[in-house]
Design a binder for this molecule. Sequence first.
Ligand code: ZN
Length: 289
Amino acid sequence: MLRAAPIPALVPAYAYAMPLPRIYHTEAIVLSRFELGEADRVLTLLTPHDGKLKVIAKGVRRPRSRIGGAVEPFAELHLVLARARTFDVITSASVGHAWLALRERLESTATAWYLAELSERAVEERAFAYPVYALLRRAYQLLDDGMAPGRVARWFEFGLADALGMRPEVERCVECDRVLEQDEQFRWVPMLGGTLCSRHLPPPSEQTPLSLAALKLLRAYRRLDIEAIAGLRLPREVETEVESALRSFIRNVLEREARSLPFLDEVRDHRARVGVMARSADAEVLPTG
Ligand SMILES: [Zn+2]
């Protein structure tokens, strides 16, 4: 008697996939952290290939912790992690790059927190994030090298919007796609993706005019490398205008205001006031004759 061949059991597709190794390595930058229990800390990391990761550093607040000194912000870390049900656990940590000079200046540190916050908002968990990782890494390196924090922040904001596929339009009108001419009036409309020419009415909530000088600086952020931008001598009001334009652009991209901005502005305003006082003190000792 003929017997039907046994029907193979259906094998679910996931069974063919390689199981994820329990232990894995990654480069990472700490974006934020909070304390958990008596001695642990939960860290939000930015990684090149796994995007944003929330991991636990066990016992890290104990004085003799092996990993305690390593897992700080403003450093590129080499981590070994073990997968776990909720948060993966750091099993070992070493510092690849410690941007120590960045931490010595309050404005650089406040800027570094701001850039970390933008990165945290921009990147998904467990998703490829190499462009944002590379951008943040370079920004920290530049701050560490002593570049003006405002220029680094603008370069980062522009690059972040670009990495997210929302590069600000500064060459053509966002409405009619016409190349913008030097002798016309422009408006900055983040909601529409950049610069609007004078032929259209902007939305009532977005009436910000944009000066030609600010447009040129925005174009410099688009076209030039940061090293070239760092060398530009610019009037303060142009930098302020571009700061406001790019901040509102990034707020629109990420759909909220950064919480770290008030602190950054306070630090910077304080520095500016001290600078003015120092300059007026200098002026008093200048010979008057
Ligand atoms: Zn137009």
